[in-house]
Design a binder for this molecule. Structure first.
Ligand SMILES: [Zn+2]
Length: 153
């Protein structure tokens, strides 16, 4: 997808979450520490209030709290298991591993039903997250390994 198509959304309807999906989103948001949850809610409201961004995709929390066991499984990816390296943290080392969690991961539901981790959309969402609360750090700003879906306080 070209960057222009990612933000234009011409001729498309905005992606809508089902009732079940909305409940899942609320449950994941409920796992976040209050300051991060508030920043996400504000950034989401700004995003959905922008007619261009709204058509580009619907922000979704893909993960907030992550058990240390699941963290260990993710750590194996790209090492003892196939796939790209997605984390440098072992179980218990990630900010995702405490509850409430000071970290959450974001993706976008596109109008065609696909889930996107577009760096362009994530950078736009990161701007809204940081504007909502200056304590929010975006993984895309990290030196070295960029974790663009990742936000933390
Ligand atoms: Zn993360």
């Amino acid at each position: 997808m070209s960057p222009n198509r990612a933000v234009s959304g011409v001729g498309r309807a905005a992606a809508q979450l089902s009732g079940v999906q909305l409940k899942v989103q609320a449950a994941r948001l409920g796992q976040a520490v209050p300051s991060l949850a508030a920043a996400y809610e504000q950034a989401l409201a700004r995003w959905l209030g922008d007619p261009v961004l709204r058509l580009a995709g619907r922000p979704i929390i893909t993960e907030c709290y992550r058990s240390p066991e699941r963290q260990d499984e993710l750590y194996k990816q790209g090492r003892s298991k196939p796939g790209p390296v997605v984390t440098y943290k072992r179980g218990g080392e990630s900010k995702h591993n405490t509850l409430p969690a000071p970290a959450l991961d974001v993706a976008f539901l596109l109008p065609d039903g696909e889930v996107s981790w577009s760096g362009l959309l994530l950078s736009k969402f990161a701007r809204l997250m940081k504007a909502a609360d200056a304590r929010v750090h975006w993984g895309g700003d990290w030196p070295g390994f960029k974790d663009r879906p990742h936000f933390e306080v």
